[in-house]
Write a protein that binds this ligand. Structure first.
Ligand SMILES: O=C(O)CCC(=O)C(=O)O
Ligand SMILES: [Fe+2]
Length: 318
């Protein structure tokens, strides 16, 4: 895991930049901001830009930036993302996330997830405690590739921590840490799997869910890429027992190689969504305004992939 700890001076520089930008950007419009953010990110401290350039070039699996300036008057953790959206909670942190993220990739979102918002709130939500979504709490969030169902999924998941009072861990597994026997490797590398969208994707119209089929393992053999959501994976063919067995084996290997990190307020993690699967341990929600709270965005190394696929030049992919 690569880490950058910003010093006091760098943190102060970012604080000034963010304060100036949020004032100039009234009313807050994340998409409009993201369109300018690549340019604005050039004003971030040089060590941060160098760090992210290396993360990109070396395909670092997990990269954490610490010491980002936090708002001492942060509002209470909203009870669910809908309330966060309605009240415009922590827009300053959304800007901070988009600004830093734009030094690594292009922020984008899905029209059918959290109302098409470019920055998501990851916080516990009543009734969702056991769900297979990031609003869960007492139920652990299984290991997954973010948006595994879609070939335009992000290259990185960026998570900015606002609160984490009980030091709840984010879990992850590096694809290259897995010693997959040849037999299973062959099966997992074949187009025998169906990837369904997870339950955070909600279609309000009658359009069909976008599911894709493909391989779980792909790319260079020495540093393979991985595509799997343990809650949503199934063989394409109903009776493909070999494909099923290979997933069971992989699941076992994944659980054996699971690592953890605890995000603290002011920390921003970039998870390579091709090289690493991630999840989160279970915890007891409080619903008292002090709950764990992250802001999240997806970053693409090339948004044109989505433009070509959808026929629309938009950061909000349909
Ligand atoms: O809460 C976490 O640490 C990770 C949640 C997650 O998987 C996500 O927001 O994509
Ligand atoms: Fe995730």
């Amino acid at each position: 895991m690569s880490r950058l700890l910003l010093d006091e001076r760098e943190s102060q520089l970012i604080e000034t930049l963010v304060s100036d930008l949020i004032r100039a950007d009234e009313p807050w419009d994340p998409v409009r901001f993201a369109d300018r953010a690549v340019l604005l990110a050039q004003e971030l401290p040089v060590r941060l830009r160098q760090f992210l350039a290396e993360v990109r070039a070396n395909e670092e699996e997990v990269a954490v930036v610490s010491g980002l300036p936090m708002d001492p008057e942060l509002v209470p953790t909203p009870i669910g993302w809908e309330l966060a959206a309605k009240t415009g909670a922590a827009q300053r942190e959304e800007l901070l996330l988009l600004l830093c993220g734009s030094a690594l990739g292009e922020p984008f979102a899905w029209s059918d997830q959290q109302d098409g918002r470019l920055v998501h709130d990851v916080c516990p939500s009543p009734g969702m405690e056991q769900s297979a979504t990031s609003a869960s709490s007492t139920g652990a969030l299984s290991l997954h590739t973010e948006d595994a169902h879609h070939s335009c999924r992000g290259d990185y998941v960026a998570l900015l921590c606002l609160r984490n009072p009980d030091a709840v861990s984010t879990t992850f597994v590096r694809a290259r840490s897995l010693s997959i026997p040849d037999k299973e490797r062959l099966v997992l590398s074949a187009d025998r799997y169906r990837f369904d969208p997870d339950h955070s994707h909600v279609r309000l119209d009658s359009s069909p869910d976008s599911a894709e089929s493909g391989a779980i393992l792909f790319g260079p053999e020495d540093r393979p890429y991985l595509r799997i959501d343990l809650d949503m994976i199934a063989p394409v063919a109903v009776m493909d027992e070999e494909a099923d067995a290979a997933v069971h084996k992989l699941t076992e290997l994944l659980h054996g190689q699971c690592e953890r990190f605890v995000l603290a307020p002011g920390e921003l993690v970039f998870v390579d969504n091709y090289r690493v699967v991630h999840g989160r341990d279970s915890y007891v929600p409080r619903y008292d305004g002090l709950d764990r709270w992250l802001k999240r965005t997806n970053l693409s190394r090339d948004l044109r992939r989505a433009f070509i696929r959808t026929g629309a030049r938009s950061r909000i992919v349909t």
